[in-house]
Every structure is written in C-alpha cells, then in structure tokens.
Unconditional design. Structure first.
Length: 324
C-alpha cells in the first residue's frame, strides 16, 4: 500500500504545489510506515520529485491529455490508485484539482475532505484539520471510508526537501491507463493565460490592484512593483469586468483564490467576496486613500494615501534594498 499524489504540471513543468504535496505526503508516509507514489501527466522531467520524498513515479504520456479534462484526468488518477492499492490519495487545492477531487472520490467510493491545513491529527480514527466558512473558522473532519482523499490547502504546509533524498532511489515507470472516449465529452475551445511573468497559482507574492488605479493605462506601476518583488499581478473583479485586465488575473472568492506569503492590495476597497478569496494569505498589506475601506479591517499592515505617490516610493525603496 502506498500514498498516491497527483503531481500537477503546466507546459511539461511541475507546479510548485506538486512539491508541497510531495513534502506533505512524505511526512504522512513516515507516520504510516509506507511509501509515496506520484502520478504525473505529460511531465517532461519527473526526477525532481525524489528530492521531496517521492519513492515511485507513474509517468503518463498521452497527447489526448495535452488539454485538461476533468473526467479523463480523474480516470487516470483512479486507475493509478487502484494499481498501487492506495488507501490515501492526496490532491492540491488548485482549480484543476478542485474539479478532479469529487470525481476521483466517487469513482473510488472514497471519503473526501478539502482545504486541509495540517498533518493528520490522528490516523485511528483518521482525522484532519481544515478551514471552513471561507477561511473564517476551522473544523476537525473524520473520514471513515477505507480509501481517503485529501485536498491540501495551498501554502498551508510548505516545501521541504527530504533528509534521505541523497540515498533514496526513486523509480520511474511508464503508466498507460485505459482512457475512454466518453472522458472527453467536454472540450477545451480556448485557454486564457495571465500576462504576468509569474503565475498567480505559483506565486509567493501577489500584487493586486482595483479601480483605485483609475484606468488600464496606469497599470505600469503595478507591473513594475511586481517585477521588483518577483510577484504575480492580479486584480479585483470590477477591474476584470471593465476589461482593464484579463479575467485570468481576477482573484477572490468568485475568481482565483490565493494563499500567498504576501498579498499587496492597492486601490481595492475590500468587498467580502474578494477578502474571502485571499484570506488564507499569510501577510496582507493594503494601500488605499480611503481610511474607512473595509480591507483595512483584515490587513496586517495598512497605508492610507494616494497609490500614485506611495507605490513609486515603494519601488525605489525595494530596488535600493535589493541593490545592497
């Protein structure tokens, strides 16, 4: 019996969440006295997983899977779990995995819980801590089914290289699952990609802006600040609705939820849906000219003032700091 993880990738390269999931799985495997197997789909080089505790990789290479299909990917994960007799399957909390998890759970007749934020509190019975009510509370969930599926909340555990990585031999095996045509009844017509150099999904820092920027022509200061910090750029829902920025940059409960180490909100008042979608971020910094903006109530640090004066000063300070 092995713990199975789905190691997500994009354009043939592992996403950061794959390494976090592997790190988490390794720690759980140590407590259960078992090993970690990863299933990958169209990933070019899988050897890096070994550093984070993966013992075996099932490599799936199939042109039909070049575009994400929830049913097809779920079927691959199900067959990998059955092949490895996995009693514990771990997924991340990316948009893709949120679609996958219930499909995998139903196919394996497994219990599933999402937004897990820590190692299991107990394995007999199997209990985990998870967030609830848009990250406003925690609850303890007990899973009683034979097969269990966990959705690990992003940035909740961290990435850790395994202490025995040098001595471990990670085996790689080509895996050819039986994929049905019925798995492709939903077709991808187009994919909209964010324009930033760093993707929101993999960013440790996100610089986000709202209507306080007054127009798309002013977004240069946001992009420059993001570039200095090595951050992803994002925006509020009204901004994407107005067409100032791509919808792929819309973060919040109705857009992309983020759980970054640092979230900087510039000219965003702080609608409840936006705050709910970024509330898992560890440090929140707000810059707004309105001292009564709701965002200040949840911010760790707040600056009241004109973004067009404050942001350029921040950029210069960060550049000077990095130059030291």
């Amino acid at each position: 019996m092995s713990i199975l993880i789905y190691a997500e990738s994009a354009e043939g390269k592992f996403r950061k969440v794959a390494f976090e999931l592997a790190s988490y799985a390794k720690k759980v495997a140590e407590s259960l006295g078992t090993t970690v197997t990863a299933v990958t789909i169209n990933t070019e080089d899988v050897s890096e997983l070994s550093k984070y505790g993966v013992d075996k990789v099932l490599k799936v290479t199939n042109n039909k899977l070049s575009g994400f299909s929830a049913r097809a990917y779920a079927d691959v994960i199900k067959q990998a779990a059955q092949k490895e007799a996995a009693k514990l399957v771990l997924l991340s909390s990316t948009t893709d995995s949120i679609y996958l998890a219930p499909l995998v759970a139903v196919s394996l007749e497994a219990g599933f819980t999402s937004n897990v934020v820590g190692l299991p509190l107990s394995t007999t019975p199997f209990q985990v801590k998870r967030t609830a009510f848009s990250n406003k509370a925690f609850n303890i969930t007990e899973i009683e089914t034979d097969i269990k599926i966990l959705g690990l909340a992003k940035n909740s555990y961290g990435i850790f290289e395994s202490t025995d990585a040098i001595n471990r031999v990670c085996t790689e095996e080509d895996f050819i699952p039986n994929i049905q045509d019925a798995d492709f009844n939903v077709k991808v017509l187009s994919v909209e990609k964010g324009s930033g150099k760093v993707s929101i999904a993999d960013a440790d820092i996100v610089v986000s802006a709202g209507r306080g920027l007054k127009g798309p022509e002013n977004w240069g200061i946001i992009e420059e600040l993001a570039n200095v910090l090595g951050a992803a750029t994002a925006c509020s829902k009204p901004v994407s609705d107005l067409g100032w920025r791509p919808h792929g940059e819309h973060v919040g409960q109705t857009g992309k939820p983020v759980a970054t180490n640092l979230y900087i909100a510039i000219g965003i008042s702080g609608a409840i849906q936006h705050i709910a979608g970024i509330n898992s971020s560890k440090v929140k910094v707000v810059i707004n000219s309105d001292p009564e903006a709701p965002f200040f109530k949840v911010a760790d640090y707040g600056i009241v003032g004109d973004a067009f004066e404050i942001v350029p000063q921040l950029i210069e300070k960060f550049k000077a700091f990095k130059a030291q």
